[in-house]
Design a protein around this ligand. Structure first.
Ligand code: ZN
Length: 240
């Protein structure tokens, strides 16, 4: 793929791995070009100014240079929001990890999606101040569902995706992208699994509520597990 040699973009830092003595390979989710990796040179030196700005979950403005190789090189970083709260809590980091895992599964490298970037920033922003596990879980389930919807993978929760019936829906079929009715559920398709009335309400609420409001939604453990399953099975069907 041919690009201009320099790229300036807002980006969320997804993580990094060590490369050689003082360098790291940093993975970003960028607004302009989606997920990509870049070498950050000298960041492991104690006086590196760039290194301190490349902590996971930070929102940055990054300057990248694209040379002859496949990796970009980081030439400058400015912090927009550090989202420090993310790194102060194990549970926030765990939930944030689920969010990034969904991103990895849904987007190949360098597939741009500015709307997904904005969604992700809102999700991480709310997660960075989540007070407890239930709130963190709701923020992340909601953000992941909205990502699926943005990609067109979760369109139908109001009528059966197979026959169009709008009576009581009781199952979820990832390959068809939504809920099915009892008659279609009884056909026992391999990828179909049951969703309770509570689970369906949770799916709708988490999709429709703004991320800033999801902490007010009721969500019991059983419904949360069903939503998690719907997300994972959809990722398994459509993801990479
Ligand atoms: Zn049906």
């Amino acid at each position: 793929m041919k690009h201009e040699r320099y790229l300036k973009t807002d980006a969320l830092v997804m993580g990094s791995i060590r490369l050689r003595e003082a360098d790291r390979i940093v993975t970003f989710y960028t607004k302009e070009r989606g997920r990509l990796s870049a070498v950050a040179k000298g960041v492991r030196r104690t006086r590196s100014r760039i290194g301190g700005r490349l902590e996971p979950f930070s929102l940055v403005h990054v300057m990248l240079y694209s040379g002859s190789g496949s990796l970009y090189t980081v030439t400058g970083v400015e912090t927009i929001r550090s989202f420090q709260g993310m790194r102060e809590s194990l549970l926030r980091m765990e939930e944030g990890g689920r969010l990034f895992e969904s991103l990895r599964r849904l987007f190949p490298e360098e597939e741009e999606s500015p709307s997904s970037f904005n969604l992700l920033v809102r999700g991480v922003g709310r997660l960075s101040t989540a007070e407890d596990r239930p709130t963190a879980a709701k923020v992340v389930l909601s953000t992941r569902l909205k990502l699926l919807m943005a990609l067109g993978y979760l369109p139908e929760l109001d009528s059966c995706v197979q026959c169009g019936s709008d009576q009581l829906l009781c199952g979820f079929r990832p390959s068809m992208g939504g809920m099915v009715c009892p008659d279609c559920f009884a056909e026992e398709h391999y990828d179909c699994f049951s969703i309770s009335a509570n689970g369906l309400t949770a799916l709708r609420d988490l999709l429709e509520s703004p991320i800033s409001d999801v902490d007010r939604l009721p969500l019991d453990a059983a419904a949360a597990a069903e939503v998690e399953r719907a997300i994972l099975r959809t990722l398994a069907h459509h993801g990479h």
